[in-house]
Design a protein around this ligand. Structure first.
Ligand code: 3HC
Length: 281
């Protein structure tokens, strides 16, 4: 998600400092950005010079070089509150006081992060969707402490990225994940109950509801580990069965079958085309 956010910001003309935890991850993320830009040039949607300019606006770091002068900092790290708080504490001391902080959290309450900083009034949620370069939506989340100027800055930033914006309240899962996560979890339950095979469930929702991806393909795309983390956080918050991770999802995550990123989830991605892996339930 981080590389996608960096790319859309650079495309909108911003100077971007992208931070990753290691050189390998930086190379991977920048490689993806370069591939996307090359594709746009190939398709005639972008001049080579414009692609070079966009690439040139992104600098990378494994530390915090260049963060001092940033006007806006967006975190897109693992969905773990303690790790996010640790990051914000570090950033609070080194980023200029006027800067706005934003979390790309998909399920944690934004106020829990805002309140841990010295600038709870300058803290918002900016929730992007995967792939961030393609998906139009951006949820802009205002907490009880976010001041109007900060919300306006965040909203104008979203507009400058040419995103479709919605003002979401600070309720776990916001709008999309509150509706989408139970749907994906229910697809796993439908599979567990033998309503259909993996492929049949996906085909049905594509052809019957006109979704671009079936729910199990979408789970592989978002990441089974990520979805389970989101579900756990939402279940913890709401205590409703619809947010509870089904046993199959839990076991697949334990097995390291995270979906596309690990090469296996509901589908096996080692060949030319994904192949459904029936789990023999
Ligand atoms: N990264 C960047 N760009 C990508 C991409 C990726 N992973 N996958 C596809 N694209 C681009 C392609 O390059 C192509 O761009 P082009 O038109 O400029 O060439 C464009 O998207 C269309 O791709 P394809 O023609 O290959 O394939 P599709 O038409 O099937 O589109 C898709 C791919 C956009 C991913 C589409 O299948 C889709 O919309 N899927 C649903 C995605 C979705 O629901 N995302 C939200 C997940 S929930 C979430 O993110 C919230 C979080 O909190 C969990």
């Amino acid at each position: 998600m981080g590389h996608g956010i960096a790319q859309v910001a650079a495309q909108a003309g911003y100077q971007v400092v992208a931070r990753e935890v290691g050189d390998e991850r930086i190379q991977k993320g920048m490689g993806r950005i370069e591939k996307q830009l090359a594709r746009a040039v190939e398709k005639g949607r972008l001049e080579q010079s414009a692609a070079d300019e966009i690439r040139g606006r992104i600098t990378t770091t494994t530390g915090f070089d260049g963060f001092e002068d940033c006007d806006l900092v967006i975190e897109a790290i693992t969905e773990n509150l303690d790790r996010k708080l640790e990051l914000w504490r570090e950033l609070d001391g080194l980023v200029k006081d006027e800067a706005v902080f934003a979390t790309n959290t998909s399920s944690l309450s934004v106020i829990d992060q805002a309140a841990a900083t010295k600038r709870p009034n300058q803290f918002v949620g900016l929730h992007f969707f995967n792939p961030a370069q393609v998906m139009p939506l951006l949820e802009v989340v205002q907490t009880v402490t976010t001041d109007d100027d900060t919300f306006k800055t965040a909203w104008q930033f979203g507009e400058s990225l040419k995103k479709t914006l919605v003002h979401a309240r600070d309720k776990t899962g916001f709008i999309v994940n509150r509706l989408l996560v139970p749907y994906m979890l229910d697809a796993v339950r439908a599979y567990e109950e033998g309503v259909g095979s993996i492929e049949e469930i996906d085909i049905a929702m594509k052809a019957g509801a006109n979704h671009p991806m079936g729910p199990l393909t979408l789970l592989d795309f978002v990441g089974l580990d990520t979805t389970k983390s989101i579900a756990d956080i939402m279940f913890d918050e709401y205590r409703e069965r619809r947010f509870a991770a089904p046993p199959t999802l839990r076991k697949m995550v334990s097995a390291g079958w995270y979906g596309r990123k690990s090469g296996r989830g509901f589908y096996d991605y080692s060949g030319d085309a994904p192949v459904a892996v029936e789990l023999g339930l």
